[in-house]
Design a protein around this ligand. Structure first.
Ligand SMILES: Cc1cc2nc3c(=O)[nH]c(=O)nc-3n(C[C@H](O)[C@H](O)[C@H](O)COP(=O)(O)OP(=O)(O)OC[C@H]3O[C@@H](n4cnc5c(N)ncnc54)[C@H](O)[C@@H]3O)c2cc1C
Ligand code: SF4
Length: 328
């Protein structure tokens, strides 16, 4: 590991200011991703600003819904009664991720910002435009079984690996961030992560030095009919090959509105407007769910080794919607 300066921040504005002042500085939260990447020599910050002592771990009711502190751990968030009762989809998605030990350390802010698990990104002997812009993409012509089928570019075909964010996209969450001097702004979670385009080194629309302080969840009508399904290579902890965050608002047997967000298929959680449109106003039935799944995967562009994700994605959508609609 390369030497780095360690700084402990006393408030959000100072933390943001310290990182903003140094292009090579990074925040340190639970450390479960950034420290691994530093040990692998993939990330090379010369300064870590430790934010773990900041008072940003509260989970509380607000007039518009629920606010989740960026430094609340994944475990505390998943287990909190406000989340379990009002947003069970989020609890399921968090619990599907990592292991109990990791979730005890991992924070919500860090989870949103976890980096891809593309093997070439981790292997510093291989070309990777995300790690070193301009070197090429090892996965484009290499082994790309776990990679994207939507939204990829010739520069990068990586996927975003997280689970929690898939539920946050389905729940229309908003990310609150603080810049240097405590200036705050909000980013709808749908605009938080980026597609790779020509700049795959940029995972999100956060500015350097902006600190995530909270995730705001609006009131939701999906609590009764939602389900998070994660398909992976093994039952113990592993990243999603395909995941589905499915949520339905039902009026009797009719779907008033729906959310279908796919994980493991793109550089960001992939909200399928096509599936949602196909479901709205239709009966909650297996037939409707199959049509929605066909619509969701119609424009998929698989790579050499991940064609299987198209059929897997369809089946996962149908199964997740059957569970959400309590038909299975
Ligand atoms: C073996 C293993 C298996 C895993 N499996 C899964 C899985 O199946 N599903 C899943 O979703 N995740 C999985 N994870 C990822 C894990 O959930 C993340 O590593 C964790 O959530 C990151 O949170 P952290 O607090 O440790 O972040 P850190 O490692 O401290 O930080 C991660 C990044 O976020 C930045 N950062 C942290 N907090 C903030 C903030 N408040 N504002 C701005 N920037 C910030 C840091 O600078 C860094 O760049 C796994 C991890 C491991 C090691
Ligand atoms: S897919 Fe993206 S992360 Fe993976 S090697 Fe290509 S550029 Fe790097």
């Amino acid at each position: 590991m390369r030497p780095f300066k360690y700084v402990r921040a006393s408030d959000a504005g100072t933390a943001a200011g310290a990182v903003a002042a140094n292009p090579l500085a990074k925040f340190l939260a639970g450390g479960t991703n950034i420290l691994d990447l530093m040990k692998e020599d993939v990330e090379r910050p010369n300064e870590l600003v430790d934010v773990t002592r900041l008072k940003l771990s509260e989970i509380r009711q607000t007039s518009g819904g629920v606010s989740i502190g960026a430094l609340a751990t994944n475990t505390d968030t998943a287990n909190h009664p406000l989340i379990r009762n009002n947003y069970p989809l989020l609890t399921q998605a968090i619990v599907a991720g990592a292991s109990a030990q990791l979730r005890n350390m991992a924070t919500n802010g860090g989870n949103l910002l976890q980096r891809t698990r593309c093997q070439y990104f981790y292997d510093t002997a291989m070309p990777c435009n995300k790690r070193e812009p301009g070197t090429g993409c090892g996965a484009r012509e290499g082994l790309n079984r776990i990679h994207a089928i939507f939204g990829w570019s010739e520069k990068c075909v990586a996927t975003y690996p997280g689970d929690m964010a898939n539920a946050l996209y389905a729940l229309d969450a908003v990310v609150r961030v603080s810049g240097a001097g405590g200036r705050e702004r909000t980013i709808p979670v749908n605009d938080f992560h980026r597609l790779p385009g020509d700049t795959p080194e940029k995972d999100t629309n956060l500015q350097h030095g902006e600190l995530i302080v909270a995730i705001e969840l609006p009131k939701s009508n999906f609590a009764k009919n939602s389900y998070y399904l994660k398909v992976r290579d093994r039952a113990s902890y592993a990243f999603a090959l395909v995941a589905v965050a499915a949520a339905l608002e039902l009026d009797g047997g009719t779907i008033r509105q729906a959310r279908v967000v796919l994980g493991g298929v793109a550089h960001k959680p992939w909200r399928s407007q096509e599936a949602e449109a196909a479901l709205t106003g239709k009966p909650a039935s297996e037939e409707s769910f199959r049509r929605a799944a066909e619509a969701a995967l119609e424009d998929a562009k698989p790579l050499a080794h991940n064609t299987y994700k198209v059929e897997l994605g369809k089946r996962a959508i149908v199964r997740a919607l059957m569970r959400a609609g309590r038909l299975a």
